[in-house]
Design a protein around this ligand. Structure first.
Ligand SMILES: [Fe+2]
Ligand SMILES: [Fe+2]
Length: 359
């Protein structure tokens, strides 16, 4: 299988990075109409066929909330105060602290990077909204259609709440990064509901649960904490759907299909990782006197780079793939080489919110 974005790969030291130049990114962003055929599937069986999805749908109905009226939007979020730890969660304030930048600069960079990250999550939410619409069409059972429809409502709410957070408290929404847009289009164009589920619910929502968990644990602002907690509770259900559905899928998959899914997962995660946040660093780095390539090279030179780099992936997505049998000896070493897998391939276990959604 060919690498994604093969034309935008360069060596940085020993590492192959993906970096799209700004001119090309503009064009990628302008591609608003995407050909994404969907195989629609009718069913006449209106009884419950898939017990665990019926339960998940029930849980989803009870878990609905209103992004306008349930959120205390009048809560202050002063951007000149720390609302996440100075180091550890965000990259820019960590680097600027090492560069001995003044306090105000570190805080401004933290606010900018947070807004950038939430903006990327927002664009990902829009993709999730559209993919779940596709799944409602193509899933084979009524239980899966009910569940997918409820996720459509969840994702609409996430688009609403994150865009309101950005507009009301940060006054800006950053445009989508080129790498992310290309990868999201791949998921929207994935040929079957199985690959869409693997791509969106297992890979992307797995990564999202990791990001949300880190923000939730670090946030000291009640508004941010409340929004992230609510979104993460919903995402945990979505990740649970991914695991439950993929479990059934791999049980009935042929060897050839397993290889295909394993490669698909590896290629998506490899590309995401190969960007090394350069999409963010290229936009925000220059504003704070940070050289993007220098930062990436420096990070890679750290003795514990693989451990730090793999943290987000080892939170949920890699252990899930390993449990599903979608990381085998064939790809395990490659995952380790690019710093996406570190330590025990099964990680420390399933995120507690995801586990709670599965029971
Ligand atoms: Fe979402
Ligand atoms: Fe989701």
């Amino acid at each position: 299988m060919d690498k994604i974005l093969a034309d935008y790969r360069n060596q940085l030291g020993d590492f192959e990075i993906v970096e799209i130049d700004e001119g090309r990114v503009e064009k990628i962003r302008e591609e608003l109409d995407i050909e994404a055929p969907v195989d629609l599937h009718w069913t006449w069986n209106y009884g419950n066929e898939v017990e665990e999805l019926a339960a998940l749908y029930e849980r989803g109905k009870k878990g609905q909330w209103n992004a306008e009226t349930d959120i205390h939007w009048d809560t202050d979020l002063p951007l000149d105060e720390w609302f996440l730890p100075r180091e550890g969660v965000l990259m820019l304030p960590t680097i600027l602290t090492m560069m001995e930048a003044d306090e105000a600069t570190c805080k401004a960079a933290a606010a900018d990077e947070f807004a950038f990250t939430i903006s990327q999550l927002l664009h990902g939410e829009q993709a999730a909204l559209q993919i779940c619409g596709q799944l409602t069409n193509s899933c084979p059972t009524m239980d899966a259609k009910f569940y997918a429809a409820s996720q459509v409502a969840d994702e609409a709410r996430h688009v609403e709440v994150l865009s309101k957070l950005l507009q009301r408290k940060f006054g800006t929404i950053y445009p989508i990064g080129g790498t992310l847009k290309i990868l999201l289009d791949k998921l929207l164009q994935a040929p079957t509901w199985k690959t869409k589920t693997l791509g969106m619910q297992t890979l992307f929502e797995g990564v999202a649960v990791g990001i949300l968990d880190v923000i939730q644990k670090g946030s000291t602002n009640p508004l941010v904490s409340d929004i992230i907690r609510r979104v993460k509770m919903d995402e945990a259900r979505h990740a649970a759907f991914g695991i439950l559905t993929m479990r059934r899928t791999v049980q009935s998959a042929t060897e050839e299909e397993m290889v295909e899914m394993e490669d698909f997962a590896f290629n998506i995660l490899e590309t995401l990782n190969a960007n090394q946040q350069l999409d963010m660093l290229n936009v925000l780095g220059p504003k704070y006197g940070i050289d993007p390539h220098q930062v990436v090279e420096m990070a890679m030179g750290l003795p514990n780079w693989a451990e730090i780099n793999s943290e987000l992936f080892m939170h949920t997505v890699v252990p899930n793939l390993a449990r599903l049998g979608l990381i085998t000896e064939r790809t395990e070493q490659q995952y380790r080489e690019i710093g996406v897998m570190h330590g025990d391939r099964f990680g420390t276990g399933i995120d507690e919110d995801v586990r709670a959604s599965m029971n």
